[in-house]
Design a protein around this ligand. Sequence first.
Ligand SMILES: C[S@@+](CC[C@H](N)C(=O)[O-])C[C@H]1O[C@@H](n2cnc3c(N)ncnc32)[C@H](O)[C@@H]1O
Length: 225
Amino acid sequence: MSVREEFDAWAADGRDRGMEDRHWHTAKHALSRMPVEPGDTVLDLGCGSGYAGRVLRDTRDAGRVYGLDGSPEMARNARSYTDDSGTGYLVGDFDVLPFDEDIVDHVWSMESFYYATDPAHTLEEVARVLRPGGTFYCAVNYYEENVHSHAWQERIDIDMTRWSAAEYREAFRAAGFAVAEQDSIPDREVEIPPESEFPTEEWETREAMTERYRTYGTLLTVGVA
Ligand SMILES: C[S@@+](CC[C@H](N)C(=O)[O-])C[C@H]1O[C@@H](n2cnc3c(N)ncnc32)[C@H](O)[C@@H]1O
């Protein structure tokens, strides 16, 4: 299945907003660390509902925010959630970013990067469009150390790249980035039921669910171009 087919279906049944609700728990902490200044241009790779760009416009006065997504329905939904002319939503692929060199100030991506067909090349593309000193904030919940995410690949017919934290750092450096920071942001908001309610539909033990959210959470890697 293609990215377009898969995620158009997600957008059509409202999963864009569902992802926004879940991802916001950790995304907001990562977004608050981005050094976005008034007037900056920001690109959101795999924008889904487009919430990240809208927040950066509202709270940081970002000048122009672009959300790029391989699913036309995601991009259409994102557009419909705002009438802000400072936001633009594009249909495209992580393989070829539709921007000239050195014109984007910051790139954001939440739970999307690992769908890239060739993630090392996508990193080169991100480095190409970023101005020197610009940042790439790359947030993922699917990564090697998060053993509870490993089964996700079985549920989707698109190849996902499962790097470790060290592999993210290596790949960022190979693409020419300096790695400014990397850490795990715990999800402290998802509700974890009392012990007596386990096993649940999704979790065998409370310990596993707690580890998934409170310990592993979201892996954030920050590269500086
Ligand atoms: C799991 S969703 C995350 C959406 C949003 N960033 C969030 O935090 O809710 C992944 C998004 O990346 C997009 N995507 C996946 N692979 C892509 C690719 N190769 N090029 C462009 N977009 C892609 C999908 O269409 C989808 O909207």
